[in-house]
Design a protein around this ligand. Sequence first.
Ligand SMILES: [Zn+2]
Length: 316
Amino acid sequence: MSGPDSPVYAGVDIGGTTTQVVLCDAELKVLDRADTATPARSGGRAMIAAVLDALAVVRARTPGRLAAVGVGAAGVVDSASGHILVASDSFTDWAGFPVTAALRAALGVPVFLDNDVNAFLRGEIACGAATGEADVLGMTLGTGVGGALWTGGELRAGAHGAAGEIGHIPGFGDLPCTCGGRGHLETLASARSLRARYGERTGRELTAREVAEAAREGDADAHAVYAAAGAGVARAITMTAGLVDIDTVVIGGGVSGSWTLLEPLIQGPLAAEPPISGHPVKLLRATLGADAVPLGAAARARHEPAAGEGGPGPAR
Ligand SMILES: [Zn+2]
């Protein structure tokens, strides 16, 4: 039970269509939640106002002293300054927006910002499928393919916050990618790509989930499309294991909903090209669902409240 003085943490997921706010205790147990439409076309101030409104709703219902806030947001973010660096074109006046400064000014508590895939991985390691693991690749197979890297028990952000972005390096065929590149894993393994690849083979327009159902019912084209996705994911895992010796992979996103189809299509190629370490990589399906991003953001806020008081803390 949390009392009026017990510390509570807010985790926020600002997505392209929905903003989700979760209030949790110091053990990351969810106490309350609220979600609201993201006013993505109305600019950063409106999006922060939507976060504050949803947070006010849960705080009014749930006792506890708000100790810190963590935010996961789509796009490229500067975790140290708390700014959005690059946003997709579905957002207006969002790139460059000082997210943590705006929330800190309104709430008077430390606020931390992460890319949403980094927050997803923090969540799955804090209290999900990969709890306690030290060397993990996180992948989200959703509308696009996201990646995040955790090594030696810490998030590895890299020089530009883009470490682990396995969805957008070449070597996975020659198809054009949404990012402007070619041959990226995203052209094989995102929901959008699964439906596009199936459409090219058959002329039929199915969702990624419907393609998975067709594959299970013996549709050879549908199976081939998922097999190419699985082989691509396996290749990405093998490359990452060779570079930074991860021993665990956690996969989330909508496409992972077809896990019973997808898992053997990843495991097969993975076994055929084992990591040079000689140790097989453990393949896990994410377990937190839509809570992974807000709980991961809250986990970071819980982890380093003191650092946020005087400015940006170390990126972990
Ligand atoms: Zn790409």
